[in-house]
Design a protein around this ligand. Structure first.
Ligand code: SF4
Length: 452
């Protein structure tokens, strides 16, 4: 109780645990013996100490247990579903489930360091060179145990049982004539997440998830509709990139067929699972491991200001993309709930600090939503922010999600928005929407697989 978790979304100056006057705990039914239901009084309750003193995270509750009577939020007259999972949502009843138990568990062999793997193999009586052999096959080739022909069948069987690879392909969709592959993966035998591989003429990018679900509650996002199920471990995050390296070879010949970039833009808010994301960045850039250049990695955040500052010092070579989606606090409060905690001024300040520490150019991401954030007024508010930050603005028309009643902007509105930015001297690119016909919105495939 009271000790600070590094994967917290709060500022380092803020307390993590609610006082007795702000939270009321009840026994929770169901499988989590140590779980509680807590009436959240403010954002500080986002991570609290559970009954046994372990860190806990908020989970979604069934609709029948949600608070009622809150005003129905609307944008331009359209009803926007409020998420009980939003970190600043006014719906306060949430289920608390132990997070630390899984956070510190090994769910895949990719969670192990080389020394841990070597120690385990030595304890099985294997010669010292075996660890390097298995390590190289796992990280450089992305090989499964069955594919390790230089390892004896008996050891392969033992490895499979004791140190599972823990990446199971449940479903796969392809689009853009095979250049986009979206995989539904079960990681560590438990968590269903998405990873997307995108082949371009000059590069191959894998988009990975950092959490199963997400607690941020952005109104237009399919992952936000799931709520937070759990943080992914270091190995679970890294194993998606290994999957990407394997699959890159199956992309069409018009692409380089070789993984070149990694973006943390899949399910979850990376800086709300900071410790494991930073651990994955370290593993992926480890020279004798996966060996990827840090400049080919980009972390995308909704604007967790303290995490942005820490990223600058922990991984200064890693790129930063910040999802703005709105350039006024009034609108951003509505569609990106974490804005209540980290308003635009705080986010801009953190990005400026990141930029001065890393001397790199940040990106501003903006999902264009028809008649919501694609107005000239929003473009004119965004322009000075982008100019001050020397940021590149990436626009992408919103991929429709079932739970959000609006759609991406049509071409004419996109053109007007782009013109307004360019006239104001902002560097802007309209990104193509990959795989619209394969449930392209982030989390949409996983949402249909696991249900709400
Ligand atoms: S947009 Fe990103 S931060 Fe927002 S709910 Fe979706 S996954 Fe979470």
């Amino acid at each position: 109780m009271g000790s600070r978790a590094t994967n917290d979304v709060g500022s380092s100056k803020e307390p993590t645990a609610p006082g007795a006057s702000t939270a009321t705990a009840h026994s929770a039914p169901g499988p989590h013996a140590s779980a509680s239901i807590v009436e959240i009084a403010d954002w500080r309750s986002f991570i609290v100490a559970g009954p046994s003193g372990v860190r806990t995270a908020r989970h979604t509750v069934p609709p029948s247990t949600r608070a009622v009577g809150s005003p129905v939020p609307r944008i331009r007259g359209k009803i926007v579903r409020r998420r009980s999972t939003g970190c600043c949502s006014s719906i306060r009843r949430t289920v608390m489930a132990p997070l630390s138990v899984r956070s510190f568990a090994m769910s895949t062999v990719y969670d192990l360091s080389f020394d841990q793997l070597a120690e385990r193999l030595a304890s099985w009586g294997e010669p010292s060179f075996r660890a390097r052999q298995v390590w190289t096959q796992l990280w450089k080739r992305g090989a499964t145990y069955e594919e390790m022909s230089d390892v004896s069948p008996a050891l392969r069987e033992r490895l499979t049982g004791a140190l599972p690879i823990g990446v199971e392909l449940l479903d796969e969709r392809t689009a853009d004539r095979g250049a986009t592959r979206k995989a539904l993966l079960r990681l560590g035998g438990t968590h269903v997440i998405e990873a997307v591989l995108m082949g371009y003429r000059d590069r191959v990018t894998v988009c990975v998830s950092s959490q199963a679900g997400c607690a941020m509650g952005c109104t237009f996002c399919a992952t936000g509709q799931m709520g937070l199920r759990n943080n992914l471990t270091v190995g679970e995050i890294a194993s998606q990139v290994v999957w990407g390296r394997r699959e890159a070879g199956r992309l069409p010949a018009a692409t380089p067929q070789r993984l070149s970039n990694v973006v943390f833009m899949g399910m979850g808010e990376p800086l709300a699972n900071e410790r494991h994301v930073f651990g994955a960045l370290a593993k992926l850039t480890q020279r004798d491991g996966f060996g990827m250049g840090a400049r080919h990695l980009t972390v995308s955040t909704v604007g967790i200001a303290p995490g942005i500052r820490r990223l600058a010092y922990a991984h200064p070579q890693v790129g930063l993309a910040v999802s703005f989606h709105a350039a006024s606090d009034e609108l951003r409060d509505q569609i990106v709930p974490p804005n209540h905690r980290y308003p635009l001024a705080a986010v801009e300040e953190a990005i400026a600090a990141w930029r001065s520490a890393t001397r790199r150019r940040p990106s501003i991401e903006w999902a264009l939503i028809d008649h919501v954030n694609d107005t000239v007024e929003q473009a004119e508010l965004l322009a000075p922010i982008a100019r001050r930050l020397h940021a590149h603005v990436n626009l992408i028309p919103l991929n429709p999600t079932p739970g959000y009643p609006v759609v991406g902007s049509p071409p004419a509105r996109i053109r007007t928005f782009v013109t307004a930015l360019e006239r104001a001297g902002v560097n802007v690119t309209v990104r193509d929407t990959r795989g619209r016909d394969i449930d392209a919105a982030c989390g949409q495939l996983a949402l249909s697989a696991v249900g709400r």
